[in-house]
Design a protein around this ligand. Structure first.
Ligand code: SF4
Length: 263
């Protein structure tokens, strides 16, 4: 396996291939760290192999939202354990796994924990989190009805941006969470969340305002609440984005809360 990881490391020609390679290396390292050095197909996986016209077997493309090998959120958290898979483990106080309804129709995905989140082990509990809570209320939901998670589960030191290898290492956990929750809509909060989920380098200002696809799940990128605290004039755009989600989920706005969000 180490030889294969070395080969993958050498195969870094373009930005997209580099990102894909990093994710594959991280995935292999994850298996290796867990003592999985080889594996056989299960019966269910075997049935997902198609016979092509020339008689060769070809795997059907799989996605993170597949029911195959579905894990509960509890099992995913258990597997994460006292995770040391990337360098963020050395500076965190708590892993911030995620919180909310395990069967939520709406999943919010932020970038990573900040100081308050790191101390409490809960996502979006600082000032930006309070704004997110008000945004959720304006949509007619409570925090307990939706699920809130982040791309990386440990706080980057001094709130720096998460690095590509940290995102690539932690991303399988988010994919497992999405598989377990199977939301109808994902609201990607901020640049890193949107770019990671959609595997793109487009700017958040170009991505927001419309739905994108994540293996059959609708993804609506919008500005991060922390950005709104610095740029309150952008709140009206976020409210437009949230209204698209509400229409998709057939949710009616809460008048007082909605008016407050637009001010
Ligand atoms: S950020 Fe993710 S991969 Fe890195 S140590 Fe934390 S839980 Fe593990």
């Amino acid at each position: 396996m180490e030889k294969k990881m070395g080969e993958l490391n050498n195969y870094q020609a373009s930005g997209k291939i580099k990102a894909l390679t990093q994710e594959m290396v991280a995935r292999l390292k994850w298996y290796q760290d867990n003592g999985v050095l080889s594996w056989k197909r299960t019966a269910a996986q075997e049935s997902s192999v198609e016979q092509s016209a020339d008689g060769k077997k070809e795997p059907i493309a799989t996605d993170p939202t597949s029911q195959t090998g579905l894990m509960t959120l509890e099992a995913i958290r258990e597997e994460m354990g006292d995770c040391q898979r990337c360098t963020l483990c050395s500076t965190r106080t708590n892993i911030v796994f995620g919180t909310g309804n395990p069967h939520a129709s709406l999943l919010f995905v932020g970038e990573g924990p900040g100081r308050d989140e790191d101390l409490q082990g809960l996502p979006f509990v600082g000032r930006a989190g309070q704004l997110l809570t008000r945004m959720i209320a304006a949509m007619g939901f409570s925090r307990d009805e939706v699920y809130i998670a982040n791309i990386v589960k440990c706080r980057p030191p001094e709130n720096r941006n998460p690095k590509p290898d940290e995102i690539a290492t932690c991303r399988p956990f988010l994919h497992q969470q999405i598989s377990a929750i199977r939301p109808r809509v994902i609201c990607a909060l901020g640049t890193f969340s949107a770019q990671t989920l959609l595997s793109t380098e487009e700017r958040i200002s170009d991505l927001r305002g419309k739905f994108h696809d994540f293996f059959g799940i609708k993804v609506l990128p919008t500005f991060h609440p922390a950005y709104l605290l610095r740029n309150p004039s952008q709140k009206k755009h976020v409210w437009e984005d949230l209204q698209l989600i509400m229409a998709e989920l057939k949710k009616k706005p809460v008048p007082d809360e909605a008016a407050g969000k637009r001010r």
